[in-house]
Design a protein around this ligand. Structure first.
Ligand code: P6P
Length: 338
């Protein structure tokens, strides 16, 4: 009765992580507690985002409520929810959020051994038109809990213990890696639980889709221009790739992870380091891509090898199917030689 077992043997994200972490018994409790607080934040944001469309009627976030008070914008509200959830978990020491200029150093009585870097609501400019948006997060282990400094978060992405995103779209999907592959969970609103729906996600080795903002083409460098040209006019007689660009990183990366292909936010003359942030956009998505069998490249090096010097630093990024990223690496290497 496999179908029955499937229905009654619900693999929730908490149970899944407990199983996974059982290989590291020493951190099973702490990590699971931390993750359960991240999951709580995602559930909150999911309900708030879904209601955002009704905001005017319900006086929710981003509008004035019946008392005429200004409600917080959804991304500000989401940020506060994640900060409060992470601090109250008692398992974090430093938090870096896209919404906060400075890092949050948790008060000593509530300190734990993890640092969390996150974008509470990436792509929030897309809320009003109903395009999928998401939360992106990465988790580091503190180097020294007693003397926390920014060095504890300015670590290369390869040091991350875990990374993931939660996409608020037609369904609420949380994609997570704790360093042993990538798994996807879908929120069952009737249970209020994230259920394992995409076990062991692997990105196709090569894809048929490229994802970039073509509006920046005027400012691209040589290798990026050559690569995009080869997507549209392949020299080997193969069929051109399709262009899919949503303009919301979580949505574009989720499609790339499941369908294959390549997502690019290159450097350009206007922004020499591209637009996306290293700690809480580039690193978590690159971590997931590598764990799913793909790769991530900055135009100069493997994205996860980058050592950030500032918490809101940006970097160019090319990530996705292994063979597709290999192509762009070849073009940058050739440019290097000239
Ligand atoms: P552009 C959204 O504002 C965001 O930070 C990412 O979610 C998205 O991938 C990117 O910026 C889109 O940027 O310049 O193409 O509009």
């Amino acid at each position: 009765h496999a179908a029955d077992a499937h229905r009654t043997d619900l693999m929730t994200i908490t149970r899944f992580v407990l199983n996974e972490q059982s290989k590291y018994p020493e951190s099973r409790g702490d990590f699971t507690i931390l993750l359960s607080h991240i999951v709580l934040g995602c559930k909150f944001v999911c309900t708030a985002v879904n209601k955002a469309g009704l905001a005017k009627l319900l006086g929710l976030a981003g509008e004035t409520n019946v008392q005429g008070e200004d409600q917080k914008k959804l991304d500000v509200l989401s940020n506060e929810v994640f900060i409060k959830a992470l601090v109250s978990s008692g398992r974090t020491c430093i938090l870096v959020s896209e919404e906060d200029e400075e890092a949050t150093f948790v008060e000593p009585s509530k300190r734990g051994k993890y640092c969390v870097v996150f974008d509470p609501l990436d792509g929030s400019s897309n809320i009003d038109c109903g395009v999928s948006i998401g939360t992106i997060f990465g988790i580091y282990m503190m180097k020294d809990v007693h003397e926390p400094t920014l060095d504890d978060v300015l670590q290369p992405g390869k040091n991350m213990l875990a990374a993931g995103y939660c996409m608020y779209g037609s369904s609420c999907t949380l994609v997570l890696s704790t360093g042993k592959g990538v798994n996807g969970f879908t929120l069952d609103p009737s249970l209020g639980e994230f259920i394992l729906t995409h076990p062991d996600i692997k990105i196709p080795k090569k894809g048929k889709i490229y994802s970039v903002n073509e509006g920046n083409a005027k400012n691209w460098d040589g290798p990026t221009s050559k690569y995009v040209e080869s997507c549209k006019f392949p020299k080997d007689g193969s069929s051109p790739k399709s262009l899919r660009y949503i303009g919301s990183m979580v949505a574009d990366v989720h499609r790339t992870l499941l369908y294959g292909g390549i997502f690019l936010y290159p450097a350009d003359k206007k922004s020499p380091n591209g637009k996306l942030r290293v700690l809480y956009e580039v690193f978590p998505m690159s971590f997931l891509m590598e764990q799913a069998g793909g790769q991530a490249f900055t135009g100069k090096e493997r994205a996860l090898d980058l050592v950030p010097t500032k918490i809101h630093e940006r970097a160019p990024i090319f990530l996705g199917s292994y063979d597709d990223v290999e192509e762009i690496k070849r073009l940058y290497a050739a440019e290097e030689k000239n």
